[in-house]
Design a protein around this ligand. Structure first.
Ligand code: BG6
Length: 466
C-alpha cells in the first residue's frame, strides 16, 4: 500500500474560472473581467458580454450543490482560490468587504460539514483591476503592502478552519504572462527583462511576508508555494541540448528555490545578466525572504522538450508553457502532450533538490465533450480522462515508492470551468459536466461523467483501485 493513510485526494478550482457573479455583493473588477479571450486576446476597457468568466459556471450561487458533488466523490481536500477583488474591491481600502468575507465563510463551512479540508490559494491569476491600472500590478512595490493587507485579513478570518494555504498560483508564469501572473497591464512586448524580474521579486517578497504573518497569527497554518512545473527534457543528448535543458529548468527552480531557502540561487546572477536585469533588493526584502514555505505545491500537465536550436523542430501545442513536439509521448484532444512518467520525474527532482513535502496541486486533461443520453441519464463517456488520471496517479505512486514525500493530489477542474489561457468553456477538465456553451447558452446544470465514479473508487480505495 503506497499512499499514506491520510493522503489528501481532491480537486482544484480558481475563483475567476468558476464563480461568476463578477459584480455581486460588492466585488470589484479584476484583470480577468477584462480579458475575454484569456492571454490569447486583447484587454478590454470594461467587461464585455463575450467574457465567459463573468458568469463562469455560477459557483457563487451553486457552491452547495458543487461541494456536495465533490463530497460524493469522497474528496478529502478542495483547493479553491479567494477572489482578492471580493475582499478588497479596489485593493487599497482600509477595511475589507464583509459580504466577500461572508461568502468564503459559507464555502469553507460547507466543505467542513462534508469532512473536506479547504486548501486556499490567495491569488490565482486574479487581483483588483484598480491595482493593475493604477500601479501596473506587481511592477510597483506598493502592491506588496496591499497583498499583505489582504492576506492578513483572510488569515485572521479563516485560520481556525483552514490549515493549508498557497500564496500565488504558478508564480513562475509572471515571466511568461505578466498580466495574468502579476496584474501588469503594460503589454508584454513593451516590458523589459528588468520589469518582469522586478515584478516577480515583489511577488516573492509578498509571498514570504504573507508566510511570516500566517505564522504569527497561527503557527499551525501550513503555507506552500505553487509553480507550473513542466520538467524540461532535452530534444537530443547533444551537449548543447543538455545545457539548454539545464538552464531552462533553472528558470523554474529559481522561484521554488527562493521560497524554500529564503535566498536567490547561485545562478540568479547569470539569469539577471542575460536578461539585462539589475534587481532592486532592499535589506528589508532580504530579511522577509527568509520566511520560507512549509511545502511545495505545483501543477503538472506534461513535460516540456527544449533544444539549443529550436528552429529545427516542430512546436507542440500547449497552454501557457509550450515546448517542442515529443515523438515518444501521446497527445490529447487539444494536441497537448501526455506524459505520466514526467510526474514521477518531477516529484523525484523537486524532492531531491528542495527536501520539502510535495503536493500535486493541478493535473488533468482538457477535451471537447458533448453529453450523450444513456439509460442512467445524460453523461460523457470520458475514458481518455480515466486513462490520463490512472497513468498519472500510478506514476505518483511510483514516486512515493521511490521515497518521495507526497501528501496530496488535486485534479484540475473537477467540475468543468472556463479555461485560463483562452477563456473558453469548450476545453473541459471535469469529472462533472457543466451545461454551458461557448456562445454563453446552456442551463448550467451539472452532469456526472463516467470518470466521476472512477475517481470516487480511487479515493475510496486510497489509490489501490485504479
Ligand atoms: C494552469 C492554471 O496553468 O492550467 C489553471 O493554474 C488553468 O488556472 C489550467 O485552468 C489549465 O489551463 P487552461 O488554459 O486549459 O484552463
Amino acid at each position: 500500500m503506497s499512499f499514506p493513510e491520510n493522503f489528501l485526494w481532491g480537486g482544484a478550482l480558481a475563483a475567476n474560472q468558476c464563480e461568476g457573479a463578477y459584480l455581486e455583493d460588492g466585488k470589484g473588477l479584476s484583470q480577468q473581467d477584462v480579458m475575454p479571450k484569456g492571454v490569447r486576446g486583447p484587454v478590454t476597457e470594461a467587461p464585455t458580454p463575450d467574457n465567459l468568466k463573468l458568469i463562469g459556471t455560477d459557483f457563487y450561487h451553486r457552491y452547495r450543490e458543487d461541494i456536495a458533488l465533490l463530497a460524493e466523490m469522497g474528496f478529502k481536500v478542495f483547493r479553491f482560490s479567494i477572489a482578492w477583488s471580493r475582499i478588497y474591491p479596489r485593493g487599497d481600502e482600509a477595511k475589507p468587504n464583509e459580504k466577500g468575507l461572508a461568502f468564503y465563510d459559507k464555502v469553507i463551512d460547507e466543505c467542513l460539514s462534508h469532512g473536506i479540508q479547504p486548501l486556499i490559494t490567495l491569488s490565482h491569476y486574479e487581483m483588483p483591476l484598480y491595482l493593475c491600472r493604477t500601479y501596473d500590478g506587481f511592477r510597483s512595490r506598493q502592491v506588496i503592502e496591499y497583498f499583505v493587507r489582504y492576506a492578513r485579513t483572510v488569515f485572521e478570518r479563516y485560520h481556525d478552519r483552514v490549515k493549508y494555504w498557497l500564496t500565488f498560483n504558478e508564480i513562475n508564469v509572471t515571466l511568461i504572462s505578466p498580466l495574468m501572473g502579476a496584474g501588469v497591464m503594460t503589454p508584454k512586448d513593451m516590458l523589459t527583462g528588468q520589469d518582469k524580474f522586478q515584478a516577480a521579486h515583489h511577488q516573492l517578497v509578498a509571498s514570504a511576508w504573507a508566510t511570516k504573518i500566517a505564522k504569527e497569527i497561527d503557527p499551525t497554518m501550513q503555507i506552500g508555494c505553487m509553480a507550473a512545473s513542466a520538467p524540461r527534457y532535452p530534444m537530443t543528448c547533444a551537449p548543447e541540448d543538455m545545457m539548454t535543458m539545464m538552464l531552462s529548468q533553472q528558470e523554474l527552480d529559481y522561484f521554488i528555490h527562493v521560497h524554500c531557502t529564503g535566498e536567490y540561487p547561485y545562478y540568479a546572477e547569470r539569469l539577471w545578466r542575460e536578461n539585462g536585469v539589475k534587481l532592486t533588493v532592499t535589506d528589508e526584502d532580504r530579511e522577509l525572504l527568509k520566511n520560507t514555505v512549509d511545502f511545495i505545491s505545483f501543477s503538472y500537465y506534461s513535460s516540456k522538450v527544449v533544444a539549443a536550436d529550436e528552429s529545427k523542430y516542430q512546436m507542440a501545442n500547449g497552454n501557457i508553457m509550450r515546448g517542442l513536439k515529443n515523438p515518444y509521448v501521446s497527445y490529447s484532444d487539444y494536441d497537448y502532450p501526455i506524459d505520466p512518467e514526467g510526474l514521477r520525474f518531477i516529484l523525484n527532482y523537486l524532492y531531491d533538490h528542495f527536501h520539502k513535502p510535495l503536493f500535486v496541486a493541478e493535473n488533468g486533461v482538457g477535451a471537447r465533450e458533448t453529453l450523450v443520453e444513456t439509460e442512467e441519464g445524460k453523461t460523457v463517456e470520458d475514458d481518455y480522462r480515466i486513462a490520463f488520471h490512472r497513468g498519472h496517479i500510478a506514476a505518483m505512486e511510483k514516486a512515493i515508492e521511490d521515497g518521495v514525500e507526497v501528501f496530496g493530489y488535486t485534479s484540475w477542474g473537477p467540475i468543468d470551468c472556463v479555461s485560463a489561457a483562452s477563456a473558453e468553456i469548450t476545453k473541459r477538465y471535469g469529472f462533472v459536466y457543466v451545461d454551458r456553451n461557448q456562445d454563453g447558452s446552456g442551463t448550467l446544470e451539472r452532469y456526472k461523467k463516467k470518470s466521476f465514479n472512477w475517481y470516487k473508487k480511487v479515493i475510496a480505495s486510497n489509490g489501490r483501485e485504479l
